[in-house]
Write a protein that binds this ligand. Structure first.
Ligand SMILES: *[C@@H]1O[C@H](CO)[C@@H](O)[C@H](O)[C@H]1NC(C)=O
Ligand SMILES: *[C@@H]1O[C@H](CO)[C@@H](O)[C@H](O)[C@H]1NC(C)=O
Ligand SMILES: *[C@@H]1O[C@H](CO)[C@@H](O)[C@H](O)[C@H]1NC(C)=O
Ligand SMILES: *[C@@H]1O[C@H](CO)[C@@H](O)[C@H](O)[C@H]1NC(C)=O
Ligand SMILES: *[C@@H]1O[C@H](CO)[C@@H](O)[C@H](O)[C@H]1NC(C)=O
Ligand SMILES: *[C@@H]1O[C@H](CO)[C@@H](O)[C@H](O)[C@H]1NC(C)=O
Ligand SMILES: *[C@@H]1O[C@H](CO)[C@@H](O)[C@H](O)[C@H]1NC(C)=O
Ligand SMILES: *[C@@H]1O[C@H](CO)[C@@H](O)[C@H](O)[C@H]1NC(C)=O
Ligand SMILES: *[C@@H]1O[C@H](CO)[C@@H](O)[C@H](O)[C@H]1NC(C)=O
Ligand SMILES: CC(=O)N[C@H]1CO[C@H](CO)[C@@H](O)[C@@H]1O
Length: 837
């Protein structure tokens, strides 16, 4: 980032905006639909919605996230329901903490918003196993997501449980609650296509619709990405980056977009995806231009995959998603503000959009004007779908310039109130700042403890034995990432071999006679790999102990549940120097799921555990090692993260709360999309079409969210690390996430405002000297009057709430705005500044 770090930090109070209450859920609300929109209490409505997944944040964060969503112009919050989080063991339920789903819906209701309940209960969502409990695999005859009694019984039992919970708390609209739509299944159309729409699949999806309708929830049921073979009793909806060219399966139902991907998820081997504010605004504006009426951002807040909840395989612990609210709940600017502006313009046209007559007029290829008229009022959209050509479009005698790949909205068909490619919102860059708790020392003081591996290095009985190498998910029921496979063999004299293991991953550690002799993990999304390591056997009995670890189970695709993990089938061989192999694949293998520390619950840090090294000496790069340190919570309200650079792979806990898996030694791939960024053209998350990637060649996740509610103020907090692969914790540090540089731009004459947000104040402003043309910038508030300097003009405006100018009537020299949105051609920037304090 360009710019200069200030000595102190932004401290500025944001005035809360009280927006008109869009969804006033008081009393009973009727929800139906027609071909134009949902009809709520007899009124056709435009609904703007955003996904926030309750287990990906904490109950303490929910009210703020929901409030920010509402202030961002949303009417509704959409969430999946997370079956394997709620029913971790069959008929043993969890509705506590961040799984307190009723509390989440009540927060939505308290905020005066609507809710969209997506039960699934298959949810994909980059969530472990797509949300389906692994114990389903224990039930005889079970076939996931096909017409069979074992699956349908379990699905109906869980769906009914959730519906009843919602009913008991009066959460459905007709009971006076916030829920206006409910979803059953999820993106099944994609799967059906791959099964050639076979009979079992078809019977299943119709069964789903009937089962859902039997629940009598009083609101419509939707199915997303179900475009063929749509049951008559559901509304089919679109998921995608763009849905303007999509229309529902039959007449009489409205055009609904359930997942508009605001960014993309991240895997351990991938850099960060960014979808520009310009492109997502373009997609949303086009959707409403083309008769859309309900649109949902997936995600509006992505959050964190705590514990073992990430799917994949290989989805990272962060589920930031480049969403309008970042992983920690901060506004991501300019995305948040730009969409907020769009929402307000769309809402101003609501009546005309849902009741008006419409006419699309093509102005040549790639340019369409849509006019909605109602009585004497009219509202217009103009789109320019060229990805390389700005165009002038003349409408009712006035000419409007449309940048490439943009939509202009004219609520009166005369004045452009919004153009998707012209960003007026500032760009804010959040930075990580050292822990400033008063007593806090520079570096943490660690003690350590070895993981007790010895039980499974010798003759201890496992859970059972089998003359076969088994699949891991079924064997461990996914109760742990870890599964031990152990066998022994008698050897005459000493011998040198190569141990060869073929495994489906995701990680493997090999021990011979108690000694770690090799490790390997899956690379680049190829979840079959081999481990080859030289070994020496001694005379007599030798033990081979293989530890296989998963890193998130698959969540998507036909028969995704059957993608194996672990050393299923092997082979496992000892190969001598002449190439002769001893095949151990059918030896007697003993099995045990989980590590000794998981049984002992070391992460709870109970008294009585023997921690070493209180004198400050700890081993580094030692695999299977526990580390412990205490720290004081950073003061203030800013989000807290722990920087785990130096560690290798493992799990972190704060005060017994699982922060998720860490793997900062995994470096994100270099991809072509790392080196170019232009908002223009269709966004893609895969293949050659990627762009605007960041973090290539860097640790794919270095910072891990520590929600404030995990911390105690004024007393020591405990950080525990289980380092599985061998790392160095000496650089580990707590940090806060605070506003750093902010930058803005505008057209000549625009009033330009810079602010920090989050209770931080503006203190100084840098403006490129070249931006001060004839007449200069006239400060209108906060007394910050930037003066011309050699290169940059700078001034302190300590304690002021915001800095505001009228921008000069002249463009700066090219390159004067390096801090503008990375997705914007620099020529579009008039000027930029930085605010620090
Ligand atoms: C449909 O496809 C699934 C998955 O391949 C298969 O298990 C099932 O037997 C098929 N059913 C029919 C009726 O063909
Ligand atoms: C909608 O679904 C029905 C029922 O499966 C199918 O027959 C029809 O072809 C579909 N229509 C469209 C427009 O996709
Ligand atoms: C419309 O725009 C797209 C994207 O720029 C371009 O590929 C296509 O050729 C254009 N169509 C025509 C007919 O020019
Ligand atoms: C649009 O019209 C303006 C004013 O006539 C002109 O200066 C500009 O070059 C035109 N732009 C394009 C892309 O045609
Ligand atoms: C390794 O295991 C995979 C999955 O079971 C199997 O498809 C593959 O054939 C095996 N490779 C070798 C070399 O045995
Ligand atoms: C790790 O696995 C990869 C892919 O199978 C293989 O190329 C590499 O040699 C393996 N490394 C070791 C140390 O076994
Ligand atoms: C390998 O083969 C050679 C020649 O046949 C033999 O002398 C030697 O003992 C063999 N080594 C092993 C480890 O079996
Ligand atoms: C292991 O057992 C399986 C199943 O009985 C058999 O197909 C396979 O050939 C055996 N492998 C070896 C190396 O004996
Ligand atoms: C610290 O304690 C460890 C044993 O826990 C000991 O091996 C080491 O020598 C001690 N180091 C110092 C500097 O006293
Ligand atoms: C409906 C839709 O747009 N689906 C797209 C979602 O995104 C994936 C990945 O980029 C595409 O492959 C789909 O076509």
């Amino acid at each position: 980032m360009m710019g200069r770090r200030g000595s102190s930090w932004c401290r500025w109070w944001v005035a809360l905006l009280v927006l008109a209450v869009a969804a006033d859920a008081v009393g009973c609300t009727s929800v139906s639909y027609d071909d134009r929109s949902l009809v709520i209490d007899g009124q056709r409505r435009i609904i703007l919605s955003g996904s926030i997944h309750y287990p990906r944040s904490t109950p303490e964060m929910w009210p703020d996230l929901i409030k920010k969503a509402k202030e961002g112009g949303l009417d509704a919050i959409e969430t999946y329901i997370f079956w394997n989080g709620h029913e971790p063991h069959r008929r043993q339920y969890n509705f506590e903490g961040n799984y307190d789903v009723v509390r989440f819906f009540k927060e939505i209701q308290n905020a005066g918003m609507y809710a969209i309940l997506r039960i699934g209960p298959y949810i994909c969502g980059e969530w472990n196993y797509g949300g389906l409990p692994a114990w389903l695999r224990d039930i005889p005859g079970m076939q996931f997501r096909l017409h069979n009694e074992p699956f349908e019984n379990e699905m109906e039992t869980f769906t009914t449980l959730i519906v009843n919970k919602m009913k008991d708390s009066k959460m459905f609209a007709e009971q006076g609650g916030p829920i206006i739509l409910a979803q059953i299944e999820n993106e099944y159309g994609n799967i059906m296509g791959k099964l050639n729409n076979n009979q079992s699949a078809s019977e299943y999806i119709h069964w789903c619709a009937d089962m859902a309708n039997k629940q009598n929830v009083g609101v419509p049921w939707i199915m997303c990405q179900q475009d063929d073979d749509v049951p008559h009793n559901v509304v089919n909806t679109c998921n995608g980056f763009y849905c303007h060219d999509w229309f529902p399966n039959r007449t009489g139902i409205p055009k609904i977009w359930t997942e508009n991907w605001t960014g993309w998820f991240k895997a351990w081997d991938k850099p960060d995806f960014h979808r520009s504010a310009e492109d997502i605004a373009f997609a949303v504006a086009m959707f409403f231009q083309k008769r859309g009426s309900l649109q949902n951002y997936y995600m509006y807040h992505g959050g964190t995959n705590f514990g073992r909840t990430s799917g994949g395989p290989y989805i990272t612990t962060s589920y930031d998603y480049d969403a309008p609210l970042d992983e920690y709940g901060n506004l991501r600017q300019p995305k948040y503000g730009h969409l907020k502006e769009l929402h307000s313009v769309l809402k101003s046209m609501e009546k005309t959009l849902v009741h008006g007559e419409y006419f699309d007029t093509n102005y040549g290829d790639n340019i369409t004007v849509t006019k909605y008229t109602l009585d004497s009022s009219s509202a217009c959209f103009i789109n320019n779908r060229f990805d390389d050509k700005d165009v002038n479009v003349t409408l009712d005698g006035a000419t409007h310039l449309l940048p490439a790949w943009s939509v202009s909205i004219l609520p009166d068909c005369k004045t452009v109130a919004f153009n998707s490619a012209k960003i007026k919102t500032q760009t804010s860059v959040m930075v990580k700042k050292p822990n400033t708790a008063e007593q806090e020392q520079e570096s943490l003081k660690w003690s350590w403890m070895p993981e007790n591996l010895s039980p499974f290095m010798t003759d201890e009985k496992g859970n059972f034995r089998k003359n076969e190498l088994l699949e891991q998910i079924v064997t461990s029921t996914d109760q742990s990432d870890y599964l031990w496979y152990r066998t022994s063999l008698n050897h005459k004299g000493e011998g040198s071999y190569k141990l060869y293991v073929n495994t489906t991953g995701h990680e493997l550690y090999a021990f011979v006679n108690g000694k770690l002799i090799g490790k390997n993990h899956s690379a680049d999304g190829d979840f079959v790999f081999q481990l080859e390591s030289p070994v020496k056997l001694h005379d007599g009995k030798n033990y081979i102990s293989l530890l296989s670890a998963t890193v998130g189970l698959k969540n998507y695709g036909p028969s995704f549940e059957k993608m194996p993990t672990g050393i299923v089938g092997g082979p496992v061989k000892l190969i001598d120097s002449n190439g002769t192999a001893i095949d151990l694949s059918n030896s007697s293998w003993s099995y045990k799921a989980g590590l000794a520390s998981e049984y002992r619950q070391i992460h709870l840090d109970k008294p009585g555990y023997k921690w070493n090294g209180n004198n400050g000496t700890i081993p580094i790069n030692r695999p299977f090692t526990w580390y412990k340190a205490t720290f004081e919570a950073p003061s203030g309200e800013d989000a807290v993260v722990v920087d785990l650079l130096g560690l290798n792979k493992g799990v972190a806990w704060v005060n017994g709360n699982n922060l998720g898996r860490y793997w900062p030694s995994y470096t994100a791939a270099e991809m072509a999309g790392c080196h170019r960024c232009d908002y223009r053209g269709a966004f893609q998350a895969e293949g050659d079409g990627t762009r605007c990637l960041t973090g290539c060649g860097e640790p794919s996740q270095r910072y891990y969210h520590v929600p404030r509610s995990f911390l105690a103020a004024g007393e020591p907090n405990t950080l525990l690390l289980f380092e599985e692969a061998g790392g160095d914790p000496s650089g580990v540090a707590l940090r806060t996430v605070v506003p750093g540089p902010v930058c803005t731009s505008g057209e000549a004459g625009d009033a330009v405002t810079l602010s920090c947000g989050g209770g931080h104040a503006v203190s100084s402003v840098d403006v490129p000297a070249s931006a001060w043309g004839a007449g200069g910038a006239a400060p209108t508030r906060a007394g910050a009057s930037p003066r011309r300097r050699t290169r940059r003009s700078r001034r302190r405006a300590s304690g002021r709430s915001r800095a505001r100018w009228r921008s000069p009537a002249r463009s700066p020299a090219p390159g004067a705005c390096p801090a503008c949105s990375p997705s914007r051609p620099l020529a579009d920037c008039l000027w930029s500044g930085h605010v620090f304090d």
